[in-house]
Ligand binder design. Sequence first.
Ligand code: ARG
Ligand code: ZN
Length: 470
Amino acid sequence: MTPSRQLPARRSRTAAYATVPVAVAALLGAAGPPATGTTGASGAGDPYFPLSGNGGYDVRHYDLTLRYDTGSHRLDATAELTARATHRLGRFDLDLRGLQVTAVTVDRTPAAFRRDGQELVVTPRRTLREGQEFRVTVAYHGTPEPVTDPDGSADGWIPTDDGAFVAGEPQGAMTWFPANGHPRDKASYDFTITVPEGRTAVANGVLLGRRTAHGLTTFRWRAAQPMAAYLATATIGKFQVERYTTRDGVQVYNAVDPREARAAAPVLRALPSVLEWESKLFGPYPFRAAGSIVDHAPDVGYALETQTRPVYDSAPDLDTLVHESAHQWFGDSVSLTAWKDIWLNEGFATYAEWLYAEQHGGPSAQHTFDALYARPASDGLWAYPPGDPGSGARIFGTPVYARGAMALHALRRAVGDRDFLRILRAWATGHRAGHGTTAEFVRLAERTSGKRLGGLLHTWLYTEGKPDSA
Ligand code: ARG
Ligand code: ZN
């Protein structure tokens, strides 16, 4: 099938350059060290989202028990986090926005807590030793509300007419569970989600079981491989479910809103072949589970690469399926350490679309590159460089997606197809289930090709305006 060429950044239909309080973000920028004295910092130190994540500990596992009433939109929940203190810790924060917290324990002992904006500040009865493993439980409830991102889009727990569309990039995890909400901290997850009978709750990973009693159905999901909080989902609705196992032994679970089923069917049918094609290029698929959640959520305006199982606000086109699938390698398995590196996610996933088109009877990547390069210097594509877009309002803008992909194409031209593919593969396999930075990527590209590439990549990633030569 020839993918429709729709360029670029159509995943974020909200204005790409909406301008909100960049200055405010900059003022808050001094998130400080991970901990001062025995107080864990209120942020992970990311200037784009200063309060995202926290300092002083590392989460290993989240065990989330959620009960959602699709009629009243009320959530009743308990979160149990297993973490390790990276400092001596008399006090630490979790990210949680809205909702009522009724009790917090640390190692089963009631702990003092208070709310401060999006921070849940926890004071355990006894100071935690550096290196100590500990368990926090938070009991909470209320009506979750999405957060409005700097670009104007809704993010987090987004109610729908039959449940909720749940996607958390970049900061929406805190709208439905207490988290160390920055991709620097990855953990495994268990979900136990109870919804009215007839609704389906779909999270990440594999379905361990479902049980119905007294008009309620409980779904148990497990995401065993490390996952950033923003990639967690617990999307709820009336869904048609399809399950199968691929030739590679990956368990596929598709959940589709019946209103989107006709349009989604031909695209979802391509999932195994898309994953197989991407595995050939990027190395083995990083997870044991896969699938898609196709919701009917007309107000959302984007899809998200929720780990193992992307969530779509409507039936996706093939390009979007290829894009979100490529994120499983680039963004999910290999995670960001700072939001300014977002092109490592979006540029790569966009370039995967170009490669897919090239190898499936569509235009060549060179053709796509040329068409973009032809845009005048005044075009929004050149409004800012993708390597450090400058604020949270710009992370999903055209320069990040399209010029980010152009940077990869320029690299491909410089090193040749063979080395280019070796670089992509080495990136995905070498940083699998971990993190990667732009500097590490540049070093890998240089090491693999034996060429000096710092200048070229600097031009494409970091210089203002339209680069001079293609
Ligand atoms: N990463 C998503 C993609 O596949 C886009 C997420 C947009 N999120 C948002 N809050 N606007 O491109
Ligand atoms: Zn993307």
